[in-house]
Write a protein that binds this ligand. Sequence first.
Ligand SMILES: Cc1cc2nc3c(=O)[nH]c(=O)nc-3n(C[C@H](O)[C@H](O)[C@H](O)COP(=O)(O)O)c2cc1C
Length: 382
Amino acid sequence: MPSAFSAFEADNPVNGYSSLIHPIQAGSLRVSGNIFLAPVAGYSDRAFRRLCREAGAYLTFTEMVSLEALARGSEGSLSLLKAAEGERPRAVQVFAGSPQVIEPAWKMIRRRTEELVEDFDLVDLNCGCPVPKVVKSGAGAALMQDPDRLSEIVAALSESTDKPVSVKLRSGWDEGSITYLEAAKAAVRSGAQMITLHPRTRKQGYSGAADWSLIRRLKDESEVPVIGSGDVTDPDSARRLLTETGCDGIMIARGAFGDPLLFQRIRDTLDPSPDTKSGQGAAGEAGTSGESRADPAIEGYPASRLSIALKHIDLAVFYLGKERAGKELKKHLAAYVKGIPGAAAFRDRLVRAAGPEEYRLILHEILAHASEIPSPPPGRVD
Ligand SMILES: Cc1cc2nc3c(=O)[nH]c(=O)nc-3n(C[C@H](O)[C@H](O)[C@H](O)COP(=O)(O)O)c2cc1C
């Protein structure tokens, strides 16, 4: 179906491309499209990344992983770095408060999991995490206040790996300290090949609106690709972030919670040409039957979303085992049922449910009634 915006896009090429969906070059890494799944602590594990990938995300990021914990040989941190089936290219995100932990961290990774060393395509440095424990260690958003240290860490990371290095910034510490331009320059000077900006300060956390004008400003000044992050929830906001800021690509975090098919809708709306339709790649064998697009036998909303939720349960059990999956899935499942009539009651039942088997029963019960639930207008899921 042609997009309502295709005439606009054809007449207004962005960054020299005739479509809003186009490849991105970050150093030696070429990614075939510019819609990414963001790093999201507690959410972007292998199961969720694989679903988003299969729905159309061109690049996926692990959640932030502590280099200091990796250097200590933490099994939990090592497992966060692992790839899902078919997840290439992919990025790992790390955080560190000093360059000294980088070498021991790589050594430990090499010793423990030789294959992991080659098993990713980009290393991203977190410079935005607002959590006090992380900031106190000099990592995350603390780096927004210290461009010299940021620069040293990026330089050490770049030297330690032949993969391209990128950074993910906030706008600054607070309204009195807006430092993203300085931080971006420091990072690029030391070898960063791509910059993501989430234009909120550390003080803002995730509240208020992301200030996209800062992404525009950074794009105007940057020599490397700029990825915009913040408040993309549907194809229209994806289109606006790309066109209003001129950024090279976008990253989605909260908008994909309970809705990996958002990637498919964005791709199909922004680039309606048949040869670039989403859902073509990354289907693997393990854990599910492979394809994770909506079952064509189940039409409409929320049925397609709920069928993905059922696959999410299978994948989480496959990657994490029943017990851990039971814990990790609750927040995801609450997001999948958001917006459906009676969501609060279903959420309550999911929260109290014993584990994956019971989750499945509850979702099947909702699906049995799904045909009675009206579809939302195109482009809206909530
Ligand atoms: C629960 C949660 C966890 C997050 N974890 C990370 C993280 O590990 N690394 C990171 O760079 N950003 C993290 N972020 C920030 C997101 O990647 C993203 O920049 C931000 O949420 C704005 O995008 P959105 O409006 O699409 O959610 C997190 C955000 C949320 C809500």
